[in-house]
Design a protein around this ligand. Structure first.
Ligand SMILES: [Zn+2]
Length: 242
């Protein structure tokens, strides 16, 4: 069985594949993929940042409410102390006053603590706002670059279109010379081997380099069906002069 047509078919098939791979792998294309990934990752980072900011804003509101309550307590205590300052000496209960002063101090400390927390949280929220704005600016720049490069890549693709068309035409022509059954076998092997056809040379498979039984060449020459390598499964063919 003459397998030269199959060999030619594979040659064009591999050439077309290589060409398509190259088109997918231009610097422009790689940069596009990179930019797309950056924008996608940034979007999820952005929503995480927003969620954190909302939690912090809520904490600030709670703390400010606490502060208001504490300030009211302090006000009450001050009023009580003011009341005692107007009392006659015999009405004064020194222990109670000491307790009240202590309470005033405690409340005041608590207010200072809460204020400190609020200040810290506000700084954090501001920092996160800045980071958000910076990220959004970067995303916008990435988007602009993406749009520009996409146009460029489309030109690249259009430029290569003729070459790809030409190869596809050649492949279709080569396919006509390959029997349908052989082509089906080729396609099946293509599922696990990039190059499904190998030249048998000196009883050695050109695909996996395995030494095969001595009668395999005779089998390949005589069979009207594809004979495959027992090791790698490729279709074996004989080439002139080998
Ligand atoms: Zn093999």
């Amino acid at each position: 069985m003459d397998m030269n047509a199959l060999w030619e078919y594979q040659r064009i098939d591999l050439e077309l594949e290589k060409y398509q791979k190259e088109v997918k792998n231009t610097p422009t294309r790689r940069r596009l993929v990179q930019l797309q990934r950056f924008v996608r990752d940034s979007q999820s980072r952005l929503s995480e940042m927003e969620n954190t900011a909302v939690v912090k804003q809520n904490s600030i509101l709670e703390l400010e409410a606490q502060n208001t309550a504490l300030a009211a307590d302090l006000e009450d205590l001050n009023q009580d102390l003011g009341y005692y300052s107007e009392c006659d000496d015999e009405e004064l209960d020194i222990k109670e006053i000491e307790q009240m002063v202590k309470n005033c101090e405690k409340t005041y400390d608590a207010i200072a603590q809460v204020k400190k927390q609020v200040t810290r949280l506000k700084q954090e929220v501001e920092a996160s706002d800045r980071a958000t704005r910076e990220l959004i600016a970067k995303m916008r720049a990435a988007k602009e670059e993406f749009d520009m490069l996409r146009v460029e890549h489309e030109k690249e693709l259009a430029g290569g279109e003729d070459e790809e068309k030409e190869l596809k035409k050649k492949l279709a022509a080569a396919q006509k010379a390959v029997p349908a059954g052989v082509l089906a076998e080729y396609t099946r092997i293509k599922g696990f081997r990039a190059n499904p056809v190998a030249v048998l040379s000196g009883n050695r498979c050109g695909g996996c380099n395995m030494q095969l039984p001595a009668n395999v060449a005779t089998k390949v020459a005589a069979s009207d069906k594809p004979v495959t390598c027992e090791n790698c499964g490729r279709i074996l063919i004989l080439r002139d002069g080998k």
